[in-house]
Design a protein around this ligand. Sequence first.
Ligand code: CO
Length: 460
Amino acid sequence: MKVRITETVTRDANQSLIATRMPISDFLPALELLDKVGYYSLECWGGATFDSCLRYLDEDPWERLRTIRKHVKNTKLQMLLRGQNVLGYKHYPDDIVRAFVRKSVENGIDIIRVFDALNDLRNIETAVDEGLKRGAEVSGALCYTVSPIHDIPAFVKLGRELEKMGCQTITIKDMAGIMSPEETFKLVSGLKDAGIKAPIVVHTHCTTGMGAMTCLKAAEAGASVIDCALSAFANGTSQPATETMSYVLRGMGYDTGIDERLAFEANRLFRPIRDKALETGLLNPAIMAVRPDALTFQVPGGMLSNLMSQLKAQNALDRLPEVLDEVPRVREDLGYPPLVTPSSQMVGVQAAANVLAGERYKSISKEIVAYLRGEYGRAPGKISTELLKKALGDEQPIECRFADTLKPGLEEAKREIGALARSEEDVLSYAIFPVVAEKFFQTREEKEKHTVKYTISKME
Ligand code: CO
């Protein structure tokens, strides 16, 4: 029996525990070792890493990917893509989605895991199609959530549709860590019983303390891959520990392909990074605690750390419990969207606004208004008519795929950014994050001017 492991330390673990602030200089020394551990894949790009590189780390995300590829020659490199949202927080036109997927593959990505926050599959079709055309392994992800309108048969139906679209693997994405071991067993078995041939991947978080048990039951039900993180960045709002899961699974007769000795060695390189993050406060020890209450508020790892820093910035960290109580209410009003980027941020920001203003929907964020207009796709359930009325008045939400209403955007982005962009990759960075990317390019120019001056003066 085989169960392989995807290592998330450079992407999801980094994102869930330290708000994606791990610079490549921190983990570069570990890459060649990671390549030898025997992972199914190394999740190392996409998700929030792209934004974080440009916004906080003064790093070119494309260069990061190429550097990783240079050092990780054998293990498949994996990214997380938000479908029509690409790596941003709104829908982009198809030409941008296609170019982004093509460039991701050209720069070294092997596996593209694609999801849509609302499980509206119209929003992943373009990305899946382009990924397949470019020869990537495409994993279609269904976002697991619990609500009065979500059940196992509905998720199995989604899984069949993903396979029909051509996805080579099906990922069950439990971003909030709320999928119980029992439900996991039922869902994985359900997908298999429905005749799905594509290997099943299970992605969970340890937020509620169930992560390792969930992975174990996933393996028992016949999942092919589980996501884990090296122990220095495991547990809490991150994934179960790679070394531990591999040890447990091996003891039960599973072949994980992991060289545990090398995994231990690789982990040793991540421990000082974790310790530094604890020292600087980047890693909040509170995030490592087991939070069974997340079973009600369903807040994914990244969202919890974001909410905490957002409230901290407004000097209102003590209001966190109230905000977490408000989250499920906002979610219900919105027709039970799964909470994952970007819906998690949207719901979180609105819940915080509702609590801090002392009045619900006193102000409605422009993202929520866009959501209500149908610009993020079809809500899984019924949206509160009262909220619709308050936000849109007599305006009718759209029914079609929102991207069909968008003009192609690549040429315009290219024109706008002009000479500051030095490659098609730069144009894409700008198309997704105009303000942040432009600032990054300007800093790059200035740094180079400075280096040139410095070199000339040294020569003189
Ligand atoms: Co995750």
